[in-house]
Write a protein that binds this ligand. Structure first.
Ligand SMILES: *[C@@H]1O[C@H](CO)[C@@H](O)[C@H](O)[C@H]1NC(C)=O
Ligand SMILES: *[C@@H]1O[C@H](CO)[C@@H](O)[C@H](O)[C@H]1NC(C)=O
Length: 522
């Protein structure tokens, strides 16, 4: 008897503690390294919190950590799949990234649903313990939301960009296109009347185009790989509990947010902190006159600039001595000779630790979202040389905050580079603004990481529907009250018309009367 009681008490304790720890399936199939930084951060945070994570990923973590398991390693198959889709859709590419997102990184990646490892989970989901939640990367491959349906668990989306139009739509997040530029136009507030017209048209067209590209294809993929009677995508999307998005109001601007959109910008920063190697730490410590940190991200190598540009950089860097320069160079053997003495180069630099170092004065960057958030976190002013995608918009955001200058990559000269460097190194206003905006970026009730973890657990506790906006079940023109305004306008016009008719009628009668009475006076 006693034994039984002890046993049941023990069982109760075990189940109580296990109900706090969840098993989560994470699907992050997109092969962009910088996109993965955010998801890596979330995964690390969840594991630390004691949750068990099964991952579908292109970038498994190097170290093995308890509670972290890669169930589908996409490392070796990604290229081949992507190449296949590349050829087919190459003709549709160009400046406009929406077709790539929808086709190559949407429909293309959805084919992974057919991978044997994933089919095993779909046909025979783990029971010990079962999954409590699916976290799906939000980019183009919405089909993975269907996993929530077959595993009968809630779904959370995670976006390493700001919420894309189709994610906003799924969660009933208003577009706010009057003052919040659509994702695919690079306007910034305030927009002129014509820009707002264009912003509105582009926004509606992109909703429509994205749906046209993915809806039929991904519905068919879900039917084939998940379940023949799975509901259509637009219906499954409505059951997504919430979305973690890589924005924050102090950075991206103020807008009304539905509670299902959770802003977690900056979450990746501390998770990517790597100690400086001894030698570099010493060099940084000794650079008391300040350091300019120069990199164009992991994809672009500085040494591939034309010789004339490299020479312009060299002579500028020489001029700013004793300030030193730390520069990322992918292949040292390709670098033009003549590097000034105050420049240190390396093929790999622990960026977060450099930006966090007190001697770092300026960050010359391509303006990638992750890099610029790191710079903002530590209050380092920016010289942006944007190259593609959202980098122009990112740098513009920081220029508006008076903590950045922009250089045109096509017209880099000694004068332009030196002018920008001199301005930022000499004028303390840039540093002051950067420090101020860093504070505002970090001033939150919960850190970005704690926010993400809290809301992921919330999604498990409360399930689909908890944060569902009523807007999801209405047509966009109903949400925008277009029907109501049209009705009011019509009513106004009708009543005005009726009044006019009546007035006209009265006038006629008066005239008739007067003409009838006129003879009396004759
Ligand atoms: C991927 O390919 C590399 C090199 O071909 C190989 O060493 C590695 O084991 C492969 N990984 C997986 C998960 O198959
Ligand atoms: C650099 O300076 C920091 C802070 O003053 C110190 O903790 C660290 O030990 C120094 N590192 C080296 C290699 O000099």
């Amino acid at each position: 008897m006693k034994k039984q009681i002890i046993l049941s008490v023990l069982l109760a304790i075990v189940s109580a503690s296990s109900s706090e720890s969840y098993r989560i399936l994470g699907i992050f199939p997109f092969q962009s390294r910088s996109h993965q930084m955010l998801f890596d951060g979330i995964v690390k945070g969840l594991v630390r919190k004691g949750h068990q994570i099964d991952l579908v990923t292109v970038y498994p973590m190097k170290k093995s950590i308890p509670n972290y398991k890669v169930v589908v390693n996409l490392q070796n198959i990604t290229e081949s799949l992507v190449n296949k889709w590349n050829v087919k859709f190459a003709s549709e590419l160009g400046d406009d990234t929406l077709p790539i997102i929808a086709l190559q990184y949407g429909n293309g990646l959805c084919e992974y649903l057919g991978l044997p490892e994933l089919q095993k989970i779909i046909k025979n989901p783990p029971r010990n313990p079962p999954y409590d939640l699916v976290i799906v990367e939000s980019f183009g491959a919405n089909c993975f939301i269907g996993l929530g349906h077959v595993l009968k668990v809630p779904v959370v989306m995670a976006s390493s960009t700001i919420d894309l139009p189709w994610l906003s739509e799924a969660l009933g997040q208003p577009d706010n296109i009057a003052f919040f530029p659509a994702f695919f136009t690079s306007y910034s507030h305030p927009m002129t009347f014509l820009q707002r017209v264009h912003n509105t048209i582009v926004n509606h067209m992109n909703h429509h185009r994205f749906r046209r590209y993915i809806e039929d294809v991904q519905n068919a993929q879900m039917k084939k790989y998940l379940s023949p009677d799975i509901p259509p995508l637009w219906e499954l999307e409505k059951n997504v509990v919430l979305a973690l998005v890589n924005s924050f109001h102090s950075l991206n601007g103020i807008r009304p947010l539905t509670p299902g959109i959770i802003e977690v910008a900056g979450l990746h920063v501390h998770e990517n902190y790597v100690e400086l190697p001894q030698e570099l730490a010493k060099w940084m410590n000794e650079s008391t006159a300040g350091v300019v940190y120069f990199t164009l991200g992991s994809m672009v190598n500085i040494e591939t600039f034309p010789d004339v540009t490299i020479r312009a950089f060299y002579s500028t860097f020489k001029k700013i001595a004793p300030v030193r320069v730390l520069m990322k160079v992918g292949n040292k053997e390709n670098l033009l000779p003549g590097l000034p003495d105050n420049v240190m180069i390396s093929s790999w630099i622990p960026q977060v630790a450099i930006l966090a170092h007190k001697n770092t004065k300026v960050f010359i960057t391509h303006g990638g979202l992750m890099s610029s958030q790191e710079s903002l976190t530590f209050g380092v002013p920016i010289i942006g040389i944007p190259l593609f995608g959202d980098q122009f918009t990112n740098v513009e955001f920081f220029m508006k905050k008076n903590m950045a200058l922009m250089l045109n990559v096509k017209s880099l000269t000694e004068e332009s580079i030196h002018g920008a460097l001199k301005k930022i190194l000499k004028n303390p206003e840039y540093k002051k603004a950067a420090k101020y905006h860093s504070k505002r970026f970090l001033d939150r009730p919960l850190s970005a990481m704690d926010t993400a973890i809290y809301w992921i657990e919330y999604a498990i506790r409360n399930g689909p529907g908890a944060l569902r906006s009523p807007a999801i079940d209405m047509a966009w023109w109903q949400v925008a009250l277009l029907d109501v305004y049209a009705f009011l306008m019509l009513t106004f016009i009708t009543i005005s018309y009726l009044i006019l008719v009546v007035l006209n009628f009265c006038l006629k009668i008066l005239k008739l009367k007067s003409s009838y009475q006129r003879p009396k006076y004759d």
